[in-house]
Design a protein around this ligand. Sequence first.
Ligand SMILES: NC(=O)c1ccc[n+]([C@@H]2O[C@H](COP(=O)([O-])OP(=O)(O)OC[C@H]3O[C@@H](n4cnc5c(N)ncnc54)[C@H](OP(=O)(O)O)[C@@H]3O)[C@@H](O)[C@H]2O)c1
Length: 368
Amino acid sequence: MTPESKIKVGVLGATGTVGQRFIALLAEHPYFVLHALGASSRSAGKQYPQAVLWKQTSPIPASVRDMVVNECKPEFFKECSVVFSGLDAEVAGDIEAAFRSAELVVFSNAKNFRRDPTVPLIVPLVNSSHFAMVPQQRTLHNPPLKCGFILTNANCSTTGVVVPLAALEKAFGPLESCIITTMQAISGAGYPGVPSLDIIDNIVPYISGEEEKMEWETLKILGGITENDNAEKCFDMHSRHPLRISASCNRVPVVEGHTECVSVRFARRPPPSPQQVREALAAYTSDAYALGCPSAPRHTIFVHEEPDRPQPRLDRDYQKGAGVSVGRIRQCKVLDIKFTVLANNVAIGAATSSILNAELAVIKGYVS
Ligand SMILES: NC(=O)c1ccc[n+]([C@@H]2O[C@H](COP(=O)([O-])OP(=O)(O)OC[C@H]3O[C@@H](n4cnc5c(N)ncnc54)[C@H](OP(=O)(O)O)[C@@H]3O)[C@@H](O)[C@H]2O)c1
């Protein structure tokens, strides 16, 4: 695209952890140009550098330095076709719905619409086919929409685990059960997040709502789209092959990068060997890469051979945090196979997923 033909986009929650990552990723994007910023009334009216506590390793992009932060109201985003939302879930529901009603396309990181039966929950390395729900969402909206829709990405720990699970189902057929134990970084709780006195020298074995999200979202993402008796499309929640998932979520003193220990049982007997699993994960290619999304990682899953990888400090920035790292693939004596996953919670777990979903939307013709 030429600079003039780029799609004008806005960022909601532009001052937050995820919002800042959007701004860094959009500074030089081949399809999108950042045109408007939104945050709370505490930030509105201020120039961006005065409104934000910038926590990225690169400086605030020059193109954003003079921009003024607005309130998150569609009237301030009239020239945009798309908004990326890094809004707090407390407020995301009403604000994102208002932007959709104003015919904008909303790529959301918040939990509010993930369970909506017409809203796709897309991890761009896994289930881009769920874009097929967008026309129905537009039709069922009152009044029906021509351009607007909401599309969410998953919770940051769900995102990490569904990528290898999707690769395994593609290679070996349905999974039957899956047990996941997470070690989640503190940046997953936003800024300033977990108080330092709670997390230094400590592990917190509870993250409110996280286990339920992982167990439910995984089924929506790995399932397909089917039709009900009224010929309406609906998400099948993996119901043709019931999949039991048990997640235990922990907050650990790591700044960025969620690590997850995963054990799986396959429906197929005998199950694949660790070597077959290794090869299938390394060979897995996402639609996002196959379709030419500019931000898609070359290696969807990087398979580590070293016995002590992946590690958050060493591996979270590989491929700019857009891929997923897997290691320690071995036999499980209770289920079939176990392994360790690392995903960058702020990159592929949040902002990079939304940007990839927006690139897919452009390539598939849902945004122009
Ligand atoms: N952090 C992660 O790794 C991660 C991963 C996946 C998904 N998520 C989800 O992404 C969303 C953002 O998370 P975060 O970690 O970036 O949170 P955060 O750092 O706390 O940022 C929240 C943003 O929401 C804005 N906001 C708060 N109240 C508002 C209001 N009343 N009106 C308009 N804007 C308001 C804040 O603006 P002010 O600065 O003006 O207050 C800020 O820009 C959450 O829904 C979270 O669950 C986060």
